[in-house]
Design a protein around this ligand. Sequence first.
Ligand code: SF4
Ligand code: SF4
Length: 309
Amino acid sequence: MSSELLNSEAVKAQAHRLGFSACGLARPHDIPSEWAAYYERWLSEGRHAGMSYLQNHQDLRFHPSLLVPGVRTIVSVALNYHPAGGPTQPGLAWYAQGKDYHIVMRRLLRQLMETVGGRGRCFVDTAPVLEKYWAWQAGLGFIGRHTQLVIPRLGSAFFLGELFCTQEADTYDTPLTSLNPCGHCQRCIEACPTGAISNRGMDARRCLSYLTIESHDEEIPVWAAPHLAECFYGCDRCLRACPHLHAPSAEPCQEFRPSQELLDMTPQDWQRLTPEQYNTLFRESAVKRARYEGLKRNLKPSEGGNTSS
Ligand code: SF4
Ligand code: SF4
């Protein structure tokens, strides 16, 4: 039954029961002008690369009440995908080992909305929502130098999702007082093989995750290709370098575990990958985003040597 006021503790307890590692509640507001200006500058410098969708719907992105009229509470949640020592397929980034997170997260968000009697909409990476900003506002963590949300003592191996509810909450969380407690740490910058991270933020044009997942270019740039030797879909180097990274005590969702079929793939198998095999291996996987042609492009041996020799 839906209540007029969201009980913050009950929302967090239910989120925890559903397997989320962190949950917080933020009071919606217009995005501060300095944040909007930073975002606009980032776009104007072309650092979003070919992700033109990031230029769309800025009014909705900066004003949550335009995205969901009457929104009074934003519930931010984090779902762990750290493999916690379990087997992984080294060719793929951690987040892409199992089922597509959009499917899993959407189901869990709907369950959370329903069980806490919330009214509103659920979002998982598919709407103009500044999800890291709202996670920070909801007290989940801080935005690190690698521009991902860092949950203190847990790191960044999390999917983020939001409930935009039209009810008020009895209590709201507060952001960590320091937005960037990275201090003098530069580990993610040092770990990035392509210089995509700097103290000015992220340049997607140089990021292997962008180049291997989002980019529709026919070829991987010559300077980037040798770096795909270990992982040809995504890249976890900056995430893994962070001293905050630790496996959460809760097991990752079973659906994020790789299938035996995927684990068994060898570099030679990847070279011989057929469209039929691709469809079977990645039936409900986020890897579908790259398409078969994109994955084959990433697997093309480079002069620097590819894993799939
Ligand atoms: S994902 Fe890889 S290439 Fe991209 S910023 Fe992180 S370390 Fe650099
Ligand atoms: S590696 Fe260091 S600088 Fe980078 S996000 Fe983590 S704490 Fe911050």
